[in-house]
Ligand binder design. Sequence first.
Ligand code: AMP
Length: 323
Amino acid sequence: MEIDLESFEFFTFAKKLATMSLLTVGTVAFDDIKTPFGHAEKVVGGACTYASWSASYFTNDIRLVSIVGDDFPSDEIDLLHKRGVKTEGLEIVEDKKSFFWAGEYHDNMNQRTTLATELNVLADFDPILPNSYKNSQYIMLGNLTPAIQMQTLKQLNGDPKLVVMDTMNFWMDVAMDELKEVMKHVDVITINDEEARQLSGEYALVSAAMKIHEMGPKFVVIKKGEHGALLFSEGKIFSAPALPMARVMDPTGAGDTFAGGFIGYIAKSDDISFENMKRAIIYGSVMASFCVEEFSIEKLKTLDENQIHARVNQFVDIAHFNM
Ligand code: AMP
């Protein structure tokens, strides 16, 4: 099924210049990544980096909050500026190192081993939101210390339209109570299947989503790696397909890229209904499918709207059938 990009309401948003503001907070980092296809040493990574690059294809008012050391390349920050990402909220600390993470994927690329997590500048991060960020309408609490996610929320003086949070098992292991506190203040949580099981103590994903829902978020998005994603809200379920991929080099950042595409699409369309979130899940999945094709953020730097729409069409095609 081919979609006419000119006439279909679904895509008309692409013609509009987005004015909705999106605040992204999370790590901006260096990664060392080993996959069966190669080894990328000291490449740019971080949840906020992936989410911001991904969202930049949907909205041109992104307000980034993070911290790096003076080892972080300034040309990478310039590239973000060119994508409409404001970095007034990016603290650069002299004589300190950026957050560093090393991971290795084995033959099953759905599973990885964390080899190192060096907090470095993140250990003392106490984000101060610039005044110009405080009225942001859409908030993406990227994967980060729950205390910092909370600290960010507390400084907002407007009433955001939607707060989305991402997290990971690392924070469940070291800061579960703080994580649960943040969950009370968000509308949407994006989490992978294993993490949903760990957080809820339930194996079946429907039961896990119900338990997580009771902890606060009205919408629960469960990412299943290369097997698609699920959206749960008040008894409703949407299952997004997985796109069979021809090339997977490095799954790092796929979750953050998904989250950035998800909230970027919602900010652009300015519609927080369940129906629109289904579309947002597809856009998030599309952005994640690009992310995994190259190491680090390399693929995300090269995209354009036509490529994104073509891949949305592929998603529509593979999930469509007549009864
Ligand atoms: P993902 O593959 O979506 O889980 O995201 C991987 C990215 O998250 C990498 O670029 C890392 O720099 C970053 N990362 C890894 N561990 C953490 C952590 N504990 N907190 C925040 N960001 C992390």
